[in-house]
Design a protein around this ligand. Structure first.
Ligand code: PEP
Length: 285
């Protein structure tokens, strides 16, 4: 009887999700990419940073549209803000979502140049990257501000890719864990539900340098991040949080992270603009 009921409910939910409308496509809350061998859905994000044109972004999206992508990988592309609408409109893949690279912690008003969460939702953008090291260093965003933006975005219904990571000096001083814990704690202080946060561990020394962390070093830090999260948000939540590695990931080295249990995907900068992005998406399959 129980099996019959769950079969009926599975058929109903299949039929309910059978359409191909934009709202379903851009709402990852409604979809489940979980594969049976791994509880956390593999995630590959592409951060285009301040790169691209209408033409080049069209080409990247067309490449993804014309590729058979694995169903069990959630892919997120983050073009510069002026191209978000184009990305949402041109993307035809059900497993590809669009992300902003920033959003503000106020709803609207006299904040020249800022990106509002409401505007992102209006465009059908479900994700935002917050806390990227380039914004922490160049734009002098501190932990509290990033936490405030994270809380605001989550409260308004966006999903957040929360970037953390140590600089080279901090790594050399052996304080990597202190740094990432401090960055996480600022968010823990204001957010209790981590369901819609994806953490991206991005050592600053590895970003754009061609010097990726070794898979075992990344795994080591990821495990300690998860252990820390377990102590502050509880084991159940911590087990579900996806922790991405970011920093010089490319089409060749991505497969080397394959057997790392706490590396749940990647946040990719430079290589996300190139055809090898597809190899990274396929690296776990
Ligand atoms: C990034 O900026 O998020 C990043 C990981 O860059 P890259 O892959 O180019 O090192």
């Amino acid at each position: 009887m129980v099996r019959a009921l769950s079969l009926i409910s599975a058929i109903q939910s299949h039929l309910a999700g059978g359409g191909n409308g934009r709202s379903e496509k851009q709402n990852p809350h409604q979809k489940d990419h979980t594969n049976s061998s791994q509880a956390r859905t593999f995630f590959v994000g592409g951060n285009f940073k301040m790169n691209g044109s209408k033409k080049s972004i069209h080409e990247i999206i067309e490449r993804l549209n014309n590729t058979k992508l694995p169903e069990n990988v959630e892919v997120v592309i983050a073009p510069p803000a002026p191209y978000l609408q184009q990305a949402v409109t041109e993307n035809k893949q059900k497993t590809v979502y669009v992300s902003a690279q920033n959003s503000f912690d106020k709803a609207s008003g006299a904040y020249t140049g800022e990106v509002s969460v409401e505007a992102l939702k209006d465009l059908g953008v479900p994700y935002v990257i917050l806390g990227h090291s380039e914004r922490r260093t160049i734009n002098k965003e501190d932990d509290a501000f990033i936490a405030s933006k994270t809380k605001f975005a989550l409260d308004q219904g966006l999903k957040v890719i929360l970037c953390i990571g140590e600089t080279l000096e901090e790594k050399q001083a052996n304080i990597t864990l202190d740094v990432v814990k401090r960055q996480l704690q600022a968010v823990v202080d204001v957010v209790s539900d981590w369901t819609n946060i994806v953490v991206a561990y991005e050592p600053v020394w590895a970003i754009g340098t061609g010097l990726a962390a070794t898979p075992s070093d990344a795994q080591d830090v990821h495990k300690q991040i998860r252990d820390f999260l377990a102590t502050v948000i509880g084991k159940d939540q911590a087990e579900k949080v996806r922790i991405l590695y970011g920093g010089s990931v490319n089409g060749k080295n991505a497969v080397e992270f394959r057997d790392k249990a706490d590396v749940d995907g990647f946040l990719v900068g430079g290589a996300s603009l190139k055809p090898e992005f597809v190899d990274i998406i396929n690296s776990r399959n």
